[in-house]
Design a protein around this ligand. Sequence first.
Ligand SMILES: Cc1cc2nc3c(=O)[nH]c(=O)nc-3n(C[C@H](O)[C@H](O)[C@H](O)COP(=O)(O)OP(=O)(O)OC[C@H]3O[C@@H](n4cnc5c(N)ncnc54)[C@H](O)[C@@H]3O)c2cc1C
Length: 402
Amino acid sequence: MRSVDVIIVGASLSAAAAAKRLVDAGLETIVLERKELPRHKICSGILSPRGHRFLLENFGPLPREALHEPTSCRGVTFHFPSMVSMTMDFFGGTTPHLHRKYSDYWAIKSSGAEIHDRTSFAGLEDHGDHVVVQARKNGEPVAYRARQVIGADGPSSLVIRAIYPDYPQTIPWFFVGQKFHDIIDCPLSPDYFHFWFHPGLGHYTWSHARDGRQIVGVGFKRGDNFAKKHQNVVNYLAEKHGVRLHPHTEDEGCGENFGPSLINRYVFGKGNVLITGQAAGFLNMIGEGMSCALHSGAISGEAVVEARLRNRPVQEMYRRMIASEVRRTTDQWNPLKIAFDRPHEADFPAALMALGWRDRAKVLRDLWRFVVLYKEFKWGRQIFRAAMQRPFMSGYSMQRWL
Ligand SMILES: Cc1cc2nc3c(=O)[nH]c(=O)nc-3n(C[C@H](O)[C@H](O)[C@H](O)COP(=O)(O)OP(=O)(O)OC[C@H]3O[C@@H](n4cnc5c(N)ncnc54)[C@H](O)[C@@H]3O)c2cc1C
């Protein structure tokens, strides 16, 4: 059985950040990835400026193949049912439009960790002073021994299930699907990511340009008909925005643990097993998860290094160090922070104030109607209550973290 300092499960951005910290500190690190690398990852690929800084500072400039066309994004345009649109540029200029297949591969290789792809995590046993990890490589069982394990395996994390089998039932799950269309005519600016706060379209509706095609995406509940919801959005874009598209040529979708960061149900692990990235619950209200994946991943790696240097339990170290990232991500859901502060990296208050007072009132009314939509979901009432209470919460009740 191969014995190393740390096993990381998943070869995505949180894993790359964790691996970088561990390898830099001289710890022997293996990354297990179930797919063959470079692997596809469903994602719009709009990296926030903070995420971009992280990549530059830790891995250097992005190679060209790690970018889609258009190679950068200027910001976000929010569209409302009253037909008011608000365009917000990112702070500090444009950000890269990542091609996740290649950006993630580049980052994980740059971390210096040893990578075992086509190797699926299957289970673990924590023996106190070491962890035994069971995996399957090309269908054959393979075992590893490590001092610590980091679960960076995304929303449907098997590492979480190995330590908390019931966790998936305790958090909200939503589904997202996107279709790729050849364009006949598209007046939506390709320089921006477009998002609709429209209760008639769904709780999460977006569109953007990629490699000469237009992506139209929509969120839906378990049991909803994705094709119908998507067609509804396509019809709306045609009618209201003059977007004319050919029938889609490709589609894809997945389940998302959207909301743990709002209702404070983060999961950070147990014993020698740490959970990080989106698996831990880091994802903000507009579904931006790469920058918090990178930062939380780096913190998980630092926590392992610090725990060893100080001879402290790794969980204690991780929970203390991760608090700043929790606060940052949770604040991004806080309506008062959004209205009066800048928790996101584009200036919502300035864009709102740039509107005439009539349009401003329409936007606020539309936003309220949109938030009320969340009450329809199984977890919606809880999410709605949490969003309303968020501004009045004095702390970040740590006891609700797992
Ligand atoms: C449609 C869509 C659009 C999005 N758009 C954006 C965006 O524009 N900007 C943004 O910032 N975020 C976006 N996100 C969110 C972003 O993609 C994620 O938050 C981010 O990728 C999380 O990174 P991660 O490292 O935590 O995990 P992931 O990227 O989910 O990676 C997990 C890795 O673990 C591997 N894995 C899983 N199970 C196992 C196993 N058992 N054994 C071994 N390996 C395993 C997977 O194959 C994968 O490589 C979007 C998400 C979706 C679904």
